[in-house]
Design a protein around this ligand. Structure first.
Ligand SMILES: NC(=O)c1ccc[n+]([C@@H]2O[C@H](COP(=O)([O-])OP(=O)(O)OC[C@H]3O[C@@H](n4cnc5c(N)ncnc54)[C@H](O)[C@@H]3O)[C@@H](O)[C@H]2O)c1
Length: 357
């Protein structure tokens, strides 16, 4: 496969690791990265080691009320929380390759003709943030791959609504392509191949995050929004202290049931099963690196010759969340580029990039 240039939007917990993992993937060259403060662009390839060192412990993941994100305005804030900062500059601007920008996303769109794929490692505190960001790429004349690792089911419909616009623009949009949804959705689609009818898909994940906790505060906040007492708006408003209190109350271990994870709609749109037959839950432990439970996908169905069985896919307990999100995200990115170069545009989920059902 020819070289692929790609950009990462968001150099938080996920985006930084995507850059790191890309160094182990053939043909991928990171040429641009941004966060809410600035942007780094280098078409000879970013110096990932320098960028990671500069942003180590320097992620600004606190949600912003006063942030203007989609109309070309500045991403500014008066909030001081959520930043573990060293040196004078926040986030990516601490890298010598980056410069401050009033509108970092636009700066990347402006270079779009030299970027094959864009990985959106952005937060999802407003459900339409990623769809609106995608709109900006389409309106800015971008023609390439856009891929996200978002979790929420309802956002997939919002992206589907844009399918025609993406097709007209020459955009191949891959949605929900992290771990869950993403790797585990793809695994479910593969496991389903033994069956003529799938009756249940049960996804159960375990994440141990002790040493990655500081880097993944954004993800933890979004996960809290899946607890029955919270939603995306109330989770967005929580202070860091309130989040710590929620974690303390549970001795560092948070269990989730019936999560609104897009694995359900992504399996339905790939024809594997009905969305309502998919359930997602899991356990997050922020005080241990060891997974509190083994991540499994169980797909139950009926074979053509009348048997009922459950195919199970299990992740090794040693694999980290970062490995299970970013390896698949970059793998799906490459699959997207193949489609894009073959002239296939529109919206695709991870299950559709597996054998058809
Ligand atoms: N599918 C999966 O398996 C999976 C797993 C983990 C995380 N995620 C998702 O990945 C996303 C990112 O998580 P994270 O932990 O990296 O979050 P984070 O808060 O650590 O990082 C978000 C980054 O986005 C940047 N950003 C925010 N607003 C911006 C703007 N307007 N312009 C430019 N940059 C902006 C921030 O500066 C930061 O660098 C979340 O939505 C999370 O739910 C998915």
């Amino acid at each position: 496969m020819d070289e692929i240039t790609f950009a990462v939007l968001g150099t938080g917990g996920i985006g930084r690791r995507a850059l790191e993992v890309s160094q182990y993937k053939d043909t991928l060259t990171p040429v641009a990265a941004c966060d809410r403060h600035g942007v780094a662009v280098d078409f000879d390839g970013l110096d990932v080691d320098e960028l990671l060192a500069a942003t180590e412990g320097n992620i600004d993941s606190e949600p912003r009320d006063d942030e203007v994100v989609t109309d070309g305005g500045a991403a500014t804030s008066t909030a001081e929380g959520g930043v573990k900062q060293h040196g004078e500059d926040r986030g990516v601007v601490a890298s010598s390759q980056a410069r401050p920008s009033e509108d970092p996303i636009q700066a990347i769109i402006d270079h779009g003709d030299r970027i094959d794929a864009v990985l959106l490692a952005l937060p999802n505190y407003e459900h339409d943030f990623i769809p609106r960001t995608a709109d900006r790429f389409a309106e800015g004349g971008y023609a390439g791959v856009v891929i996200d690792v978002l979790k929420r089911s309802r956002v997939i419909d919002m992206l589907d609504d844009r399918s025609e616009a993406f097709e007209e623009s020459g955009i191949t949009f891959i949605c929900g392509a992290g771990a869950t949804p993403g790797l585990l959705t793809g695994a479910a689609a593969l496991a389903a191949q033994s069956f003529v009818e799938v009756t249940d898909v049960d996804i159960w994940w375990g994440v141990g995050l002790e040493s990655g906790y500081e880097d993944n505060r954004g993800t933890v906040r979004e996960d809290i929004a899946h607890l029955p007492e919270y939603d995306i708006e109330t989770a967005r408003e929580l202070s860091e202290d309130e989040i710590e209190a929620i974690i303390d109350d549970r001795d560092g271990v948070i269990e989730f049931e019936d999560m609104e994870h897009a694995d359900d709609v992504l399996l339905e749109r790939a024809g594997v099963c009905d969305a309502e037959d998919v359930s997602v839950g899991g356990i997050l432990d922020v005080r241990n690196d060891e997974k509190p439970t083994t991540t499994t996908v169980r797909v139950t169905g009926r074979t053509f010759d009348g048997e009922t069985a459950t195919n199970t896919f299990r992740l090794g307990d040693e694999t980290s969340m970062e490995a299970n999100v970013n390896g698949p995200a970059l793998g799906y990115l490459k699959a997207g580029v193949r489609r894009n170069r073959a002239g296939e545009y529109g919206v695709f989920g991870p299950a559709e990039l597996m054998p058809g059902f």
